[in-house]
Design a protein around this ligand. Structure first.
Ligand SMILES: [Fe+2]
Length: 415
């Protein structure tokens, strides 16, 4: 269990504003109901056929996300705390365990899309079964029992919110492989950027980063510790599509000297010439969005770029990507526009443990710590991140070639 969750029942939350914590203090059952309903709201736009497909090993079927988040509550909450609880179906633990080795054997990740049964309707029944049991458990919990279950309900809801974001990223990737450009939601509109072309001075000196206060955080945001910032400037705004088009026009994708060796190899292998989901139709660039194929807006932040592309772009501009420390301190001081809610921002920090970090023992200790290798940190949040899930100290992480997330670019400069 990540240590920060032990403080769940305290009411103060100086850092993160309105969040799940404040809701939970008043009504745990309501928080559970609300988060679970958001998953179903996101799935409601999709047919049973949409929900089966797995378009690549990194993405999962929507039906799997709905079932896996349910298994999480069954495995870590109900089996441990609900007296006499009967699993909905004993076979589901094998199908819907993701990577928790300590929780038992599991189905191969790249083959999740081969599972047609349980069908979407049966997954809905599985969710209803677990929802009823969790609601009953929360309703009957008092004192020590409530204190024991609260951190698990809490991490289960934050876990489900992470999968809500993945539902968007994964279905968009699946739709990107369909030549008819399917529309997830015809009413979907991109959030508007507030960015301008200003630069802010990074506050030079020793600062603290990492989570503080009593609000929820994942264990990878701890321990809070000191870090040293050198003099520099950080862009208040995000890199835009218009700026990216200039990079493309200047042969950015065809200039090896701009690229890391691994990045150039990936660029050549994939034949990249534009961000993910861009389509050139009769000389005009379009992008596949949750609202379907839309003309690329030059003023909007560039999205669906990999770390390799972000790094090459920064080199082309004669700038750099920020470290995660620079990002967090600048965001904490209010220097960043569009820090949250548009695109995750790649940092040049590798996803490593903070000094003194230790993963908890047991299966939930597998949540973050074992992935601290070969990945880069992204900061902020995206248009797909559910409300209330973002934090200044939040550390997202993906492999450098990944571009199916809503990932963009912010720059720093040291001259
Ligand atoms: Fe998960």
């Amino acid at each position: 269990m990540p240590r920060a969750t032990a403080s769940l029942l305290r009411r103060e939350d100086a850092e993160s504003g309105p969040s799940l914590r404040q809701i939970w203090s008043r009504d745990w059952a309501k928080a559970f109901r609300d988060v679970r309903a958001e998953t179903e709201r996101r799935a409601a736009h999709l047919s049973p056929e949409d929900q089966v497909i797995q378009s690549m090993p990194d993405a999962s079927p929507i039906k799997w996300h709905r079932a896996h988040t349910t298994w999480f509550f069954e495995q870590f909450l109900l089996k441990a705390f609900a007296k006499g609880y009967q699993p909905y179906d004993e076979r589901f633990a094998f199908l819907f365990n993701s990577y928790y080795v300590a929780a038992g054997p599991r189905h191969a990740r790249p083959e999740r899309g081969l599972i047609t049964r349980p069908n979407a309707e049966e997954v809905a029944a599985y969710r209803a079964h677990v929802d009823a049991a969790v609601t009953e458990l929360i309703a009957g919990a008092k004192g020590n029992v409530l204190e024991a279950i609260a951190p698990i309900v809490e991490i289960g809801l934050h876990h489900e919110q992470q999968h809500q974001e993945l539902m968007f990223t994964d279905i968009l990737h699946a739709f990107s492989l369909n030549p008819t450009h399917p529309v997830y939601d015809p009413k979907w509109e991109p959030p508007l950027a507030q960015s301008d072309n200003e630069w802010a001075e990074l506050p030079q000196g020793i600062h603290e980063i990492g989570h503080h206060g009593n609000g929820f955080c994942f264990d990878n945001e701890l321990p809070r510790h000191q870090t040293l910032l050198r003099q520099g400037l950080i862009a208040c705004g995000l890199v835009t599509n218009g700026e990216w088009l200039e990079f493309m026009a200047d042969e950015g994708y065809a200039t090896p000297s701009l690229w890391l060796s691994d990045g150039w190899a990936k660029n050549e292998a994939e034949g990249w010439d534009a961000p993910g989901y861009w389509r050139n139709i009769d000389g005009t660039w379009f992008s596949l969005t949750l609202g379907g194929l839309k003309p690329v807006d030059p003023g909007a932040p560039v999205c669906h770029v990999s770390y390799y592309e972000a790094d090459a772009y920064a080199r082309w501009r004669g700038k750099h990507l920020p470290t995660e420390m620079e990002w967090e301190i600048a965001a904490n001081e209010g220097l960043l526009d569009d820090a949250f809610g548009l695109v995750w921002q790649w940092t040049r920090s590798s996803y490593s443990p903070y000094p003194g970090y230790r993963a908890a023992e047991g299966a939930l200790g597998e949540y973050n710590g074992k992935f601290m290798i070969n990945q880069m940190v992204l900061r902020g949040s995206s248009l797909a991140t559910p409300q209330g899930h973002e934090r200044l100290s939040y550390r997202n992480f993906f492999h450098p070639p990944a571009r199916w997330q809503f990932s963009g670019v912010r720059l720093v400069d040291y001259d």
